[in-house]
Design a protein around this ligand. Sequence first.
Ligand SMILES: [Zn+2]
Length: 134
Amino acid sequence: MFKDSVPKYWRLRDVVYRLKYIYCRDCGKSSFPPRSKCPYCGSSNIDHRYSKGNGVVEEYTVMYQSEARYQDYQPIVFGVIRLDEGFRIVAPIVDVDPNSVEEGMRVEATLRRVRVDGSTGLIQYGIKFRPSRR
Ligand SMILES: [Zn+2]
């Protein structure tokens, strides 16, 4: 299973670590994750681009996990982040007091431990966000 996970990991590396997205030259919308056609207008006239990783919290929720394997992380704040390039991603927000997270808060992407599920090679959380330091 390790052999299967590694190629998948490398394929997803650009997407997860570098926030690769597509920009549609026809309708001007950005979307994530990248795909071969624009999900808004169906055009294949698209650019592959990389986000700078800066965005704003549009919505968030605080989850209190009770499972032992999540103990290190609790509570977990999940946010809907709108990147400056115009697309949204759901990701954990770290390095922050859950009580101080608010809508409209500026955040930046940060690389954290990637949890790879052994049986499927699924990367659960490749990218996280923290309060912007700029
Ligand atoms: Zn489009």
